[in-house]
Design a protein around this ligand. Structure first.
Ligand code: NAP
Length: 331
């Protein structure tokens, strides 16, 4: 392919990290066997950090960020993929050490490409993307630890964000009662519409802190870190489990050992860059028993153009956005 197409390229300069839209050709992209016409690139918190140079995420410059994409194969040197096939790419350092989704075309190693799971449209796969996959990883781990919906509610922090919203939807689909925790109570009706049983104001953190809070959750998904993580640990019931997913409020937290030794609380971390076996299994589940009600999710999915991405990312880092955001490229 000789045509040039728009890409948001991130460079390291003496003045710092700069991202701008440039025309590029396929040969300018990092090496790969499969050329994909990008249809949707999910906008993740991590991408917002990397394109604004707010964290050291990109491994080498220049780089096209965007840790996930859904698109149609244009060319393939791999017998596993054919022209016209819809595919998904996420993880494997996409948008970090390999050029990613913030371009109208991507060139990707075949080993990073996932055929679209049966039972989901390309748009549905894009809506779920890394946030949905991450929430599914947490759910599967709770199941493996023996938790069931009858054990009690799952608390979900940063609930108005993409992972939070997907977690609310997926856990509702799996029959779990959930408590969505948000700093923005104006999102309470939205969260309830997507499946939250209860919505808790994150201002609960301003109340006097106790060594152990009322034991109210069987499980928790923390997208926020900091004082929220401490509060969730102190609010888990006996045998409760917490999935540490995100750090929107910071990387550190203060806590005591009491939740662990008085309530046998367990903590585990989630890293969405899962091995293939788990990817296949979870995408199959996302297309079947965990498939959320997309009609309820759609009002919270926003499409933006590549030209809007930098401004959007600034707002997302400032915690002013909500729901799932996709860069949509022309059909
Ligand atoms: N471990 C993994 O593999 C993995 C995968 C995906 C994402 N993540 C991480 O998970 C986190 C959430 O990702 P996302 O895609 O859902 O991001 P997002 O859409 O930007 O949502 C983040 C949410 O966190 C809350 N928040 C933001 N800034 C905050 C602050 N300063 N203090 C307290 N709460 C704040 C807000 O929710 P409310 O307004 O509702 O309070 C916001 O909507 C990020 O840290 C991301 O890097 C990790």
């Amino acid at each position: 392919m000789t045509n040039r197409f728009p890409a948001l390229r991130t460079r390291q300069t003496e003045a710092g990290v700069i991202s701008q839209i440039e025309p590029v050709a396929v040969d300018d992209l990092s090496a790969g066997d499969v050329v994909v016409k990008t249809r949707y690139a999910g906008v993740n918190y991590k991408d917002c950090l990397s394109i604004h140079g707010q964290a050291k995420i990109i491994a080498s410059f220049p780089r096209i960020a965007g840790i996930e994409l859904v698109g149609e194969v244009l060319e393939s040197a791999s017998p596993e993929f054919q022209r016209g096939q819809w595919v998904l790419v996420h993880g494997f350092q996409t948008g970090i050490a390999f050029d990613g989704g913030f371009a109208a075309c991507a060139r990707v190693p075949a080993a990073h490409v996932h055929a679209l799971p049966e039972g989901l449209t390309p748009h549905e796969v894009a809506i779920l993307g890394v946030p949905g996959f991450t929430a599914a990883m947490a759910l599967e781990r709770f199941e493996a630890l023996g938790l069931t919906p009858s054990d009690g509610p799952v608390a979900i922090s940063g609930a108005a964000g993409a992972v939070g919203l997907m977690a609310v939807a997926l856990f509702a689909r799996a029959g779990w009662p959930s408590a969505a925790i948000t700093r923005r109570m104006e999102h309470a009706p939205t969260l309830q519409a997507v499946g939250a049983g209860e919505v808790i104001d994150a201002a609960v953190l301003q109340q006097p802190q106790r060594p152990l809070e009322k034991a109210r959750f069987a499980a928790a998904i923390d997208n926020v870190g900091g004082p929220m993580l401490s509060w969730l640990l102190r609010s888990l019931q006996d045998g409760g489990c917490l999935a540490s997913v995100g750090n929107a409020a910071g990387n550190t937290y203060e806590g005591s050992v009491l939740p662990f030794i008085m309530r046998r609380v367990q903590v585990f971390g989630i890293m969405a860059n899962a091995p293939w076996e788990q990817r296949h299994r979870l995408w199959t589940r996302l297309a079947s028993d965990l498939k959320p009600d997309f009609d309820r999710l759609l009002p919270h999915v926003r499409h933006i153009r590549l030209e809007q991405l930098m401004d959007h990312a600034r707002q997302q880092l400032d915690g002013q956005t909500s729901g799932r955001v996709l860069v949509a490229f022309e059909d």
